[in-house]
Design a protein. Structure first.
Length: 126
């Protein structure tokens, strides 16, 4: 029984971590056109004893910002350029799909462990 409840905990922690990742991907997509915005990334850390996954600290991508030529922009410098963001929508969409599929895999594992626990309780009632 402890193994089944442990499986529920591990899959629930995986779903929580992936939902956090998906939230940051959504923030990146929403701010793709925000001048000076740095893409947010989140890494995961694990508890080796229990196998639980948790999101680590949010980090800002330090890759260079896009330089945009728009002399009429209020943030433009003397040369007519301003800093854009370093968000690449293709990468963000790929990250979103990966997080969604990982979330669904954890959800499937959670559902399977829940059904096995229900079956075990039904057997014990007999």
């Amino acid at each position: 029984m402890a193994d089944l409840s442990g499986a529920l905990s591990v899959s629930a922690s995986g779903m929580g971590a992936q939902s956090s990742r998906l939230r940051h991907v959504a923030e990146n997509i929403a701010n793709a056109d925000t001048p000076g915005y740095h893409r947010k990334t989140v890494s995961f850390r694990t508890d080796d004893d229990a196998g639980l996954v948790a999101p680590g600290p949010v980090q800002l991508d330090q890759s260079p910002l896009a330089r945009i030529f728009d002399p009429g922009h209020p943030l433009a410098d003397d040369s007519g350029h301003h800093d854009g963001s370093n968000v690449d929508l293709v990468i963000e969409i790929a990250d979103a799909r990966e997080a969604q599929r990982s979330y669904e895999a954890n959800l499937s594992m959670f559902d399977q462990a829940r059904r096995m626990t229900q079956s075990l309780f039904e057997l014990l009632r007999r």
